[in-house]
Design a protein around this ligand. Structure first.
Ligand SMILES: [Zn+2]
Length: 150
């Protein structure tokens, strides 16, 4: 696991997502250390490759850098399947050409699990259930918000 400052890492990721820019100097300024800068750019290039491919396949390409860092953190930067190895690749749960590159379809994996047909899916299923629960909860909260009184 790479040591990093969660707050600055997410602040930099948020800046990249909202500004749609990636100025090395600015990112370095936001994160503080060279290691964190490399870390954030590595993950940015990783997801951009997958997003480009998803767009060319004309499927959903909605995963953001903030989403991806949140997913990595959820799995503690380890393989989502075996939970033993540090993650090495972004893996699509369902084939990318049908389900796209979205927060619901991307998890970190080690190379071994990526190539294995007998992946242990318990943790991934639990993650998806948590995600769906959060989305449902968000909808309820939005409904509960009282309308502005005139
Ligand atoms: Zn694994």
């Amino acid at each position: 696991m790479v040591p990093y400052n969660r707050e600055t890492l997410f602040r930099a990721a948020q800046w990249i997502v909202t500004s749609k820019r990636r100025v090395g100097r600015k990112i370095r300024q936001l994160v503080g250390t060279e290691e964190e800068c490399t870390l954030i750019l590595t993950e940015l290039y990783r997801i951009e490759d997958h997003l480009r491919r998803a767009r060319s396949l004309r499927v959903d390409a909605t995963l953001t850098l903030v989403d991806w860092l949140t997913i990595l953190e959820y799995f503690q930067w380890r393989c989502a399947y075996c939970q033993a190895e540090p993650f090495q690749v972004l893996l699509h749960i369902l084939p990318q050409d049908t389900a796209g590159t979205t927060p619901e379809n991307c998890v970190p994996a080690c190379r071994h699990c990526k190539c294995s047909s007998k992946r242990e899916r318990t943790h991934v299923m639990k993650y998806l259930a948590t995600l769906h629960y959060q989305q449902a909860e968000q909808k309820v909260t939005e409904k509960k918000d009282p309308p502005y009184e005139v």
